[in-house]
Design a binder for this molecule. Structure first.
Ligand SMILES: [Zn+2]
Length: 532
């Protein structure tokens, strides 16, 4: 970490010497050092985990989100990922297994270390630790954030993040209690005659860069590109690069700088319930044991799709719902599997347009195949969205509106940083810049022309995923507590000057420039005319 992080020279000194001294003292705390090595298993686990993450992301300590991800990822996804980073797993095994084996042998042979060795190692350890401790003083004075011990010294920072993750989990667990009795007190300011259908589609890991609609030079949107009444939001940034944080923010009215409110306010399904809608949450991901589930459970109907979980199955469910239901006012939220790794498994074989697209390990040599598979998954999303729009268009006299946005983007070994996947503690342009679009039926356009006009006028407006909740509420002409026109992309009052903020790993709202972006990212944003 002394090599991978942008730490001051003093921090580097402290972060090498303090743990080294500590481990030396630890190893001789008992006469049987084998026992102490096994007692250090939590440290070894964190060390191993950290090495795997450095292999994967190239930098950063184990994030709070990483711990949460372990608890919220299903075994299948974890297996898909681990199978692809086996070099890191091999390194970790080669480093730690012999150590643990030796320690076990020492215990078995009942070996003891001599008193002199214990004194010598212990005192040397104490001296090294003390020198490391001294380096903290200048380290704090040159640190901008003033959190050297908490943020920069491994494994203290990892333990801090573990604790924060635990505290978040408690809050998620008690959500039902802390949000009890909450009401948006909504009113509908307008209503279309007849049936109204609102479809809110949460995409997965779909970065704007690989969409033809955003200028990508591959045909990844052959179907959407032919739809001329599509509204494409061209300046949409996600507020978090991890699913379990981003999706709740997408479903919630809270801003990133009022994160605690997330546990007190209900989400979009609850809002539409209160406004008299029949609400559906249809998910193509498994229940996560996280905040997403809490907000989704408020929908009157909740469906989890079964394997193979291709996103077109979501449309089949929508058809069934609209054909069987006699409700006149409906909200249907679809949670896609989209372009989640492993990309190759997100689309049926007949959608393998870019080839070869084999299911391969993550590495630079395999980049072409990985990108082909990723682009195929975007092309499949294109098909799914276009078919959903075609279906809505076919419904006679139905006032319908659709809003789509991805929960975050994805790194695809785009530059010399070799970064891959998402959910890393520091962001990239590829993780932040997401695809988002809206579509309105003819009946909706007749009933609410001013909203459609505002959406078109806001195509290039700077936005974050914070806008989505408010846009969805406004699309359905719902007003109430915590619902803001300034955050609605279908309102002429949309505030283009509002500062854009990201929810970082410690749940603090920060400007995008402070999320660990590199010069390469700034260059990418410039290319897409996104101003941070
Ligand atoms: Zn996601």
């Amino acid at each position: 970490m002394a090599n991978t992080e942008p730490y001051s020279v003093w921090t580097v000194e402290a972060l090498i010497l303090m743990p080294l001294g500590f481990y030396m003292m630890w190893s001789v705390a008992l006469r049987r050092s084998g026992v102490m090595i096994w007692l250090a298993f939590p440290f070894i686990f964190l060390g191993a985990f950290q090495i795997v993450l450095l292999y994967l992301f190239g930098n950063s300590v184990i994030a709070t989100d990483m711990f949460t991800n372990i608890l919220t990822t299903n075994p299948g996804e974890a297996g898909e990922l681990l199978g692809n980073i086996y070099p890191a797993v091999v390194i970790v095994c080669a480093m730690y297994l012999p150590l643990l084996w030796l320690a076990a042998r020492e215990i078995g042979l009942k070996r003891y270390i001599s008193r002199t060795t214990r004194m010598n190692v212990g005192l040397t350890g104490a001296a090294i630790f003390a020198v490391g401790l001294l380096a903290l003083w200048p380290a704090y004075s040159v640190s901008e954030e003033r959190h050297v011990l908490r943020d920069e010294i491994f494994p203290l920072n990892a333990f801090y993040n573990l604790g924060l993750s635990g505290s978040e989990f408690r809050k998620v667990h008690y959500f039902e209690k802390t949000s009890e009795g909450f009401s948006f007190e909504p009113v509908r300011t307008a209503e279309a005659p007849g049936r109204e259908v609102y479809i809110y589609i949460i995409g997965e890991a779909a970065r704007a860069m690989n969409w033809q609609l955003y200028g990508y030079d591959r045909e990844t949107n052959p179907e959407l590109a032919r739809i001329d009444d599509l509204v494409v939001f061209r300046d949409m940034l996600t507020q978090s690069n991890t699913t379990h944080k981003s999706v709740p923010l997408i479903l919630s009215s809270v801003r990133t700088d009022e994160h605690e409110e997330l546990f007190r306010r209900k989400g979009l399904p609850a809002l539409f319930n209160e406004a008299g809608f029949d609400t559906w949450f249809i998910s193509n991901q498994s229940p996560q044991g996280a905040m997403i589930d809490n907000l989704a459970h408020d929908a009157r109907h909740l469906i989890y799709i079964r394997s193979p979980r291709y996103d077109m199955q979501l449309l089949e469910e929508v058809r069934k719902v609209l054909e069987a239901s006699d409700s006149q006012k409906l909200l249907i939220i679809l949670h896609c599997y989209g372009s989640h790794f492993s990309y190759h498994q997100r689309y049926p074989r007949e959608f393998a347009h870019f080839k070869p697209d084999a299911d391969v390990a993550i590495s630079r040599q395999n980049r072409e195949m990985l990108v082909n598979a990723y682009d195929n998954s975007i092309r499949y999303t294109d098909h799914f969205l276009a078919e959903t729009i075609a279906y809505l268009r076919s419904l006679k006299d139905t006032s319908s509106a659709l809003l789509y946005c991805a929960d975050h983007g994805e790194d695809l070994i785009d530059d010399e940083r070799d970064r891959f996947l998402h959910a890393s503690p520091t962001t990239t342009a590829y993780q932040l810049y997401v695809a988002s679009l809206a579509w309105f039926s003819d009946a909706y356009r007749r009933n609410f022309p001013e909203k459609v006009a505002a959406a078109m006028a806001n195509e290039t407006a700077p936005a974050t995923t914070h806008a989505l909740f408010h846009t969805m509420a406004d699309m359905a002409s719902i007003q109430g507590r915590f619902i803001s026109h300034e955050a609605s992309l279908v309102s002429p009052e949309y505030d283009r000057t509002a500062p854009r903020r990201y929810l970082n790993d410690h749940n603090e709202a920060v400007p995008y420039m402070k999320t660990g972006l590199a010069p390469q990212d700034i260059e990418v944003f410039r290319k897409f005319s996104v101003e941070l």
